[in-house]
Design a protein around this ligand. Structure first.
Ligand code: PEP
Ligand code: MG
Length: 756
């Protein structure tokens, strides 16, 4: 059964559209379960119906004709109860509802299981038997397991089919996809799909103008590859046995075979570019082999894909040489995962948005995007990448939605919003050099988070009163090795000088979690609970001390330096980090560098530190609350996992209580407390942080003036009243609603969209 399950899922995943996927499902399930009928109903919410979409066993003419009201019959029962319905004699069941278009009297045994994805019913998978028969527990769990696995394939296929329709009737269908907000804002532009050269399956389709030239390009690549393989085979003659060299012969044979090459050429002649045609052809052949029963032949699929990769690399090298990448005026960069280098390749003035299947708001690209004010939606699991290049796309980083090919009305609507947003930003410019002070005279400092030199310069020019969090690891990520002490010192010096006399809090390396360095891989099952932040630094004192010395060197010339330790979990870690800092300082003095010990801060990110804050605070000058990680660890919600993204909310009463407690205790100790996670830039949350008495907020620069506007509009006394009120609420949702209503009341409705 397990084998049957794996095969069915594999085949369905390779289907080209929903119809093909569903036909495959019914055929394969019917045979695997030795049933007389297998059918799939899909739920059409717009009409409130379950529609028969595929069947093996009932007359094909009824497909699309049989429509059941939601909740109707045994099918409706399985969907509404969200559980399997397993009945020995269906016509006798009280919920049985005969359907006029089909004569179901000959069928008795009935098993229907709902297909559910993310709490939503997509349809029902049904098997029927002529004989009276209750399906066994094993059969039931087989179908349940299959339905769960198929749920994601089906919605994927569904989207592909919508796109097929989109192709035929360009303006008729708009596709909405959901992801996780990674950088707020709105962007409208043209999709440019990027893909790692290492992955054939993510190569998009693209139309070519000169098909014959593309044909010639493909032929050249094949000829060159054939030559290379023959050369390799010859070179290996002395080293490999003829058996081992057979692979080269197989490759050479495939490259000379008509089927493979002609298949790709036909696709190119139909208008696709060579890499897209290659991907489709290789997939087709690899699938044929994968479906074979003989394990040896199945294994050949991998060879075919490998050969495809070789050809792809050749084609793409040629591509880059030919023209370099062309970016439209308003580029929406899309990909399976967008790399930092792909991001940096697009001229910033042309980049209007980012969308990807993987990645989240905590990825480096997201941090870069936020710093530069570019909207991003990541975690769009259903993104049909190969079909999107060149399409018009709206990236809505406020609602985490991506709209592909918006209708003219929607387009107008979005353009209006983009314009409103630009107007809001222009209007806010006049606040740049005004202090963040409430109408009743309470002063708060607003700092920016940074990690690249570009965001530091922008922060200075936009009225940030300091850099509250400098994510030093970004510099490490942009390299292919650890930077030396001198290189680091030069970078830090540049940052400190650019912001002087305003303070800059350089955070020591915070790698691990979702931020591995390409040249220092950390492979763990549970990376967020693993070797990250200060834990790495303390275990690698060589790397840590180099960084501390570089920071102190920079600080010796610029007194605006502060140092911040991330991910502290226990007192001994802080003590060790401080000891290494003292050692680094002493060594520099010995070397004749006039280093001074800077202000040192501790990040509160791990719940354990809440309960030891009284002890910890005595050892440092200030505390910075990293609300991103604190929320993740308090709520046990992976901040990068789109499945649980709805649960991730800094307005959760437990997070608010934790922050309020820390603020009180830190102030009692006479120290300063700031918040540098994303909550600081969320107007609703910032209103509460203001009321709690947080001294500084440090945020993505894009939100700074908006938060300043809020602070200059709402009196502290009102914020405090609100805080007292919402601290009695039980859930995050009503808290946000209440705060938004107050923002609205003060004419700050324009800010609401930038909240969670
Ligand atoms: C945080 O965790 O809130 C924080 C500011 O650090 P980072 O987002 O870089 O983990
Ligand atoms: Mg953190």
């Amino acid at each position: 059964m397990l084998d049957a399950l794996r095969r069915i899922v594999q085949e369905v995943n390779a289907a080209h559209n929903l119809d093909e996927a569903l036909s495959l499902i019914v055929e394969r399930v019917k045979s695997a379960m030795h049933a007389d009928v297998c059918s799939v109903y899909m739920t059409d919410y717009s009409r409130g119906e379950h529609v028969l979409m595929a069947t093996d066993g009932l007359p094909p003419r009824v497909v699309g004709q049989v429509r059941l009201k939601l909740g109707q019959g045994l099918t409706g029962l399985a969907a509404s109860r969200a559980e399997p319905v397993n009945v020995e004699n269906a016509p006798e069941h009280p919920a049985f509802s005969p359907v006029a278009a089909i004569d179901e009297t000959p069928f008795h045994g009935f098993l229907g299981v709902p297909i559910i994805r993310r709490r939503k019913n997509l349809g029902v998978l049904i098997v029927q038997q002529r004989l009276r028969r209750k399906f066994t527990v094993q059969e039931e769990s087989f179908l349940v397991t299959l339905a769960a696995q198929l749920a994601s394939s089906i919605s994927q296929a569904e989207i592909r089919q919508s796109l097929d329709r989109l192709d035929r009737d360009a303006l008729a269908v708009t596709l909405f996809l959901e992801g996780v907000t990674s950088a707020k804002g709105l962007g409208l532009g043209e999709a440019v799909v990027v893909f790692p050269v290492a992955e054939l399956e993510s190569v998009p389709d693209k139309q070519v103008a000169d098909r014959e030239m593309e044909v010639a390009r493909f032929r050249l690549a094949v000829a060159a590859e054939l030559k290379e393989i023959r050369r390799l085979s010859k070179r290996m003659q002395r080293l490999l046995s003829p058996g081992d060299r057979a692979l080269f012969d197989a490759y050479a044979l495939l490259l000379s075979s008509d089927s493979l090459v002609t298949g790709a050429l036909n696709r190119i002649r139909a208008g696709n570019w060579a890499p897209g045609a290659l991907r489709a052809t290789i997939e087709e052949y690899a699938n044929v082999f994968e479906e074979m029963d003989d394990p040896y032949l199945q294994g050949r699929a991998a060879d075919i894909r490998d050969l495809g990769m070789r050809l792809l690399k050749r084609l793409l090298q040629g591509e880059q040489r030919r023209e370099g990448q062309h970016y439209p005026e308003r580029t929406i960069l899309m990909g399976e995962e967008i790399g930092v280098s792909q991001f940096l390749e697009v001229p910033p003035e042309k980049l209007a948005g980012l969308v990807s299947i993987h990645g989240t708001g905590a990825s480096h690209v997201a941090l870069l995007a936020r710093g530069l004010g570019i909207p991003a939606v990541f975690g769009v699991t259903n993104l049909p990448l190969s079909r999107l290049n060149g399409r018009e796309v709206v990236v809505d980083g406020y609602t985490a939605r991506v709209c592909i090919q918006p209708s003219p009305t929607l387009r107008q609507e979005y353009l209006k919003l983009v314009e409103e947003e630009a107007e809001l930003s222009r209007g806010l410019q006049e606040l740049r050099h005004l202090p963040a002070i409430t109408p009743d005279g309470h002063r708060l400092e607003l700092h920016a988070n940074a990690g690249l030199f570009a965001d530091v310069a922008a922060a200075r020019d936009n009225g940030a009163e300091g850099i509250g969090l400098y994510r030093s690891e970004l510099q490490f990520c942009l390299r292919d090795r650890f930077p030396s002490e001198e290189e680091q010192a030069a970078t830090y010096m540049r940052v400190l000088q650019a912001m002087a006399p305003h303070p800059v809090m350089l955070r020591t390396l915070d790698i691990g979690g979702d931020k591995p360095l390409p040249y220092f891989p950390i492979e763990e099952q549970n990376p967020f609970l693993g070797w990250r932040g200060i834990r790495v630094s303390l275990d690698q004192p060589d790397i840590f001390k180099t960084q501390l010395r570089a920071m102190l060197r920079a600080g010796s010339a610029c007194p605006n330096l502060g140092i911040l330790f991330p991910m502290i979990t226990c007192v001994s870690e802080l003590a060790e980090a401080l000891e290494l800092l003292r050692q680094a300082h002493a060594e520099l003095l010995e070397d004749g560098v006039p280093a001074v010990l800077p202000r040192v801060g501790l990040m509160v990110e791990v719940p354990a530190t809440i309960y030891q804050i009284d002890t910890l605070i005595r050892k440092v000058d200030y505390v910075s609350i990293g609300s991103n990680d604190l929320t993740q660890y308090l709520l046990a919600v992976d901040r990068n996992n789109d499945r649980v993204a709805k649960l991730y909310d800094g307005l959760h009463p437990a997070v608010l209580q934790a922050i309020q407690y820390i603020v009180t205790r830190v102030h009692l100790a006479g120290r300063e407390v700031s918040v540098c996670g994303e909550m600081a830039g969320d107007p609703a949350a910032a209103l509460l942080l203001l009321a709690m008495g947080v001294d500084k907020l440090s945020m993505s620069l894009g939100n700074l003036l908006k938060i300043k506007w809020m602070i200059r509009t709402i009196p502290l006394a009102r914020a405090q009243e609100l805080l007292t009120e919402v601290m009695h609420f039980e859930n995050a949702g009503p808290i946000r609603e209440r705060l938004n209503s107050v923002l609205d009341e003060y004419g700050l409705g324009g800010l609401i969209r930038i909240g969670k």
